[in-house]
Design a protein around this ligand. Sequence first.
Ligand code: GDP
Length: 304
Amino acid sequence: ETLDKGLEKSKTTFFSKLGKAVAGKSKVDDDVLDNLEEVLVSSDVGVDTTLKIIDRIEARVSKDKYLGTDELNVILREEIAGLLSETHLGEETEYNIPKDKKPYVIMVVGVNGAGKTTTIGKLAHQFKKQGLKVVLGAADTFRAAAIDQLQVWADRVDVPIVRQDMGSDPASVAFDTLSSAVTQDADVVIIDTAGRLHNKVNLMNELTKVKRVMQKVVADTPNEVLLVLDGSTGQNAFEQAKQFTKATEVTSLAITKLDGTAKGGVVIGISDQFKIPVKYIGVGEGIEDLQVFNKIEFVDSFFN
Ligand code: GDP
């Protein structure tokens, strides 16, 4: 029900547009498809993914000869579920950490304001609830506020944090964090990083260095590079995904702020375009307002 609440605005906006797109039409024809294309693009599904969906529906129309507009709902649901299946192999519903990787290291990237700190806090809370030992690393040393904010979450969740002064070397913080995690026999390490996009080369160099230094402490880390994107920015989130995937190897996505926005379509478009699974979605500011993304639950919630 958190998911339903979080997607509410996207759903009502989408279905009101869809209603208008098919008004007075009983059959899916070229007009309806044109309107549907507009609805999908304006719902931030992204142009490429929209065209893919429209093509697939067109193919069904020409195969079945007749498609009623009353069936569009079901068909859209099937096609979107199909698209999501291409990236989301697993059907996760829990916060799972592989037991054979200890500590399991998650490096979190994303621009400032995307919801990195909040997502780290919410994740730490979920892992701690499972009885796992969590350590946070404040490697966004570029802004004092970032370190303080992470500290606030560490206190709230009651997990240890490794920090240094503002301006210190992010790689050095990452090194300290992993060393401390090993000493404490921690299960999960979550490292915050700076999200400066204005200088791509710097960003790339910094993330590469952080990774290299981590590997000196624990081999083959980070186990996960989680890119946090603000879903309410719509097309901007696509752009950020493009920039970050160029700067480093991103393995999973968290899309935040889906509550209070009608741009929920980004979840579909971004998974399709980048072929990186959305692992978590943020549906509020509270500590429990993070959901493990499950494609079936998502489609069910959206089309119910
Ligand atoms: P950071 O700069 O990337 O670390 O971003 P923060 O974690 O500080 O988040 C920026 C703002 O977005 C804060 O006011 C958060 O409370 C808010 N925020 C983060 N995630 C969500 C979410 O899922 N929903 C809503 N409504 N707000 C969020």
